[in-house]
Design a protein around this ligand. Structure first.
Ligand SMILES: Cc1cc2nc3c(=O)[nH]c(=O)nc-3n(C[C@H](O)[C@H](O)[C@H](O)COP(=O)(O)OP(=O)(O)OC[C@H]3O[C@@H](n4cnc5c(N)ncnc54)[C@H](O)[C@@H]3O)c2cc1C
Length: 446
């Protein structure tokens, strides 16, 4: 395979983690990542999107009505709604790297009406409606379109269960029909599910940026928040300056524990994504990629395959847990070996084409799989994140609800979301690292 290694440069101090034994299970708490330290390079989606000018770094002390930490979907969507509700407020976004440096430019772009860990259909439908209305209102250009979607099963028992529990609108494809449709012999059957959409992830991000800047949100890049002190007004300290803010929103998702917040309730899970080179129309047809946009394998560790609007066939794989709050994945050879095996088993013809792009990302998870939308530290500091791997629509709707709350309008749906205090604690110690890391390693063998 032809793989660029650029994306997986190891951060400083990595060598100690490569030592066998305990060092590979327990990584030191490293604190906030500084701009130069993030490993994993940028995603293909980021490289394909129109690159905007870099935004300034916060150099001088200042004050704000709301200071948002983190410039991904959550932080930018919240800043937009805050400015819509209170145009007179000064709203700042501080991003440690560049906008979308986290999961928001690295995801698989699948959108549907679901809040992970919750069965509340009404909440999920209202979330999707709000997201779609926003795209319409702001003329967002992110290749948003309906996505023909399959859930694929490779064991007799999982296929039988899935076939027996088809919902309204779903239909079953048996092995023969599937083989014809996706040019793969690997699966026993699949269900076709309606209601999915897809986007260009980095395209959505840059559109959020456009709308936020037009509304007067002040955005600073390369401005990592290193400490937060709560009080009558809250003080956020970056490496160069301080912000005095009446209210704060932590939109730092999987990086939140590194800030010293919610680490006992949230933990980062590492994802590996890769794609082929851009395929031409003939290749797409010959490789059986024409009929379906998204293909999910709902295993214990789910795998997503998809064809992007740009013509790249991609794979997203859950790697697991590194240790403590680590947002860096050091063992890239492990990821590559897994991908080789997965592609070879399912799509040997695509495997022969080789992998041209690869990137890493982290998602924030909780033990009950629900997100966290909550006050933390004080009444004026909020946290919004931990979408457990499915956050494009949930981050938008949660940001919308939190902006209402911060401007004094609490909606009924705000009450439906889960506060930090309702989440189960999972102490950040050696045993957590040992347990999570080992169980992911074990699951990935199957
Ligand atoms: C590989 C992958 C595939 C995915 N696929 C899908 C999918 O198909 N569908 C779906 O719905 N969801 C998907 N997701 C999840 C989705 O991308 C996330 O839920 C969503 O992007 C979260 O947005 P966010 O703004 O909360 O977090 P992020 O985008 O991670 O943003 C957090 C930001 O905070 C910044 N930051 C961190 N610490 C600090 C600090 N101290 N100071 C300042 N800034 C800081 C980070 O640099 C980052 O930019 C996927 C995620 C990954 C990684």
């Amino acid at each position: 395979m032809n793989i660029s290694r650029r994306g997986f440069l190891l951060g400083g101090g990595a060598s100690i983690l490569l030592m066998p034994g305990i060092a590979s299970y327990v990584q030191e708490d490293k604190g906030v990542e500084l701009p130069r330290q993030r490993s994993g390079g940028d995603s293909l989606w980021f490289e394909l999107s129109a690159q905007s000018n870099t935004l300034p770094t916060l150099e001088n002390d200042t004050s704000a009505d709301v200071c948002i930490v983190g410039g991904g979907y959550t932080g930018l969507a919240a800043s937009i709604y805050l400015k819509k509700y209170r145009p007179d407020w000064r709203v700042l976004v501080l991003e440690s790297h560049h906008l979308g440096a986290g999961a928001s430019s690295r995801n698989s772009g699948a959108v549907y009406a679901k809040f992970t860990g919750m069965d509340d259909r009404g909440l999920a439908e209202r979330g999707l409606q709000r997201f779609m209305a926003f795209l319409e209102e702001e003329s967002i250009d992110c290749d948003f379109q309906a996505a023909k979607t399959l859930y694929l099963y490779s064991s007799e028992s999982s296929a039988r269960d899935a076939r027996q529990s088809l919902s309204q609108g779903e239909r079953w494809l048996d092995h023969q029909a599937l083989k014809h449709s996706i040019a793969s012999d690997f699966y026993i059957g699949a269900k076709a599910s309606p209601g999915f959409y897809k986007i260009q992830p980095a395209g959505l991000l840059s559109e959020y940026r456009r709308v936020a800047l037009a509304l007067g949100v002040e955005i600073y890049e390369r401005s990592p928040v290193l400490a937060i002190e709560s009080g009558h007004s809250n003080t956020l300290t970056t490496d160069k300056a301080a912000v005095l803010a009446k209210q704060v929103l932590l939109a730092t998702n999987a990086y939140t524990p590194r800030l010293g917040v919610a680490g006992e309730k949230m933990f980062p899970v590492h994802q590996y994504s890769c794609s082929t080179a851009k395929l031409n129309v003939r290749q797409i047809d010959q490789l059986g990629l024409n009929d379906w946009d998204l293909r999910f394998e709902p295993n214990t560790l789910p795998i997503t395959f998809g064809l992007s609007a740009s013509g790249h066939f991609f794979l997203r794989l859950v790697l697991g847990y590194a240790s403590q709050d680590s947002t860096e994945w050091l063992d890239v050879n492990y990821a590559r070996a897994l991908v080789q095996r997965i592609f070879q088993e399912r799509y040997p013809h695509i495997n022969q084409l080789g992998i041209e792009h690869e990137w890493h990302g982290v998602t924030a998870h909780t033990l009950n799989s629900r997100s966290v939308v909550s006050n933390v530290l004080s009444d004026t500091i909020f946290l919004c994140g931990a979408y457990n791997g499915l956050g494009i629509m949930p981050s938008h709707y949660s940001a919308y609800l939190i902006a209402q709350k911060m401007t004094g309008n609490e909606s009924e749906d705000w009450q439906r979301l889960t506060r930090l205090g309702q989440h189960v604690s999972f102490p950040r110690d050696y045993y957590r690292s040992l347990m999570l890391k080992s169980s992911f390693n074990l699951l990935n063998r199957f």
